[in-house]
Design a protein around this ligand. Sequence first.
Ligand code: MLT
Length: 328
Amino acid sequence: MPLITRRALAAPALATLAAGGSARAQGAFPSRPITMIIPFAPGGPTDIVGRLLAESMSREIGQPVVVENTTGAGGTLGAQRVATARPDGHTVLLHHIGMGVIPTMYRRLAYDPVGGFEPLGLVTEVPMTLVGRKDLPAANLADLVALMRSSGDRFNLADAGIGSSSALCGALLANAIGAKPTVIPFRGTGPAMQEILGGRVDLLCDQTTQTTEYIRGGAVKVFATPSRARIATLPEIPTTAEAGLPGFEVTVWHGLYAPRGTPAPVLARLTASLQAALRDPRVVQRFTEIGTAPVPQEDATPEAHRRFWMADIAKWKPIIEATNGYAD
Ligand code: MLT
């Protein structure tokens, strides 16, 4: 009798346990901290945006979102780490325009630069600025162009490696004006900026998310923004077209990604958390202070992100091919 009773009780109890277990397996995301990979150095523009997002997402999603900087090879090492991570939503990638140029620039990669990812949503678009060391002997863009042309490889241009936005901007500038500067690659424009501030490197094309405070404080010399319009928060800076260099535009977009194969409910939860972060007044305010803004909520979706990403790959492909701008 006791045996029968035990059996009778055990069956529903096991069923309940099993149901609870499977609900937990499916529904309890995230079950541990989420790692957000930033493919460039700490302190730089991608890191600044990523840490603001991570802090806000942590509050919303109920687990810490921990930033890790996996740097090198123009952002491809960080991207590779996410493309090859377990697709359970606990590893995500914050990347930028590099996702649009790397599939063409890098003809050999140890990961699939398009198929390896699930786009979660766009994050922001950031204008760039051409900034030089404070004592660079050039008062404006025309002087800078003349200096770069006459200095040859004695002129130094810092960037974050082929595949980065600073490298794209620098290469387009050098091509447009027919200059051949010495390029000095860093693991991100955070460390590159330190060399500009120290007066050891001449020029860097970098995002307002890092340059705004240095420009405002007079720590660097600013020449132009390669944007279609002036930057609302730095209205005194001319566009490159206004300063005499038309047809040279680069703006940096950012998006959040999970590894391919991440379950749909987990992707949806991550997108919801991204959207909440982009509505967070603290994020909105800080983005505004550093010359950017969150994308509208309808762009912080996988569909809008994928459309934009594919269009960007198509936009840069012919330009990279025509300028032979390959990494190899
Ligand atoms: C960075 O975060 O260091 C920059 O976004 C790298 C770049 O694209 O220039």
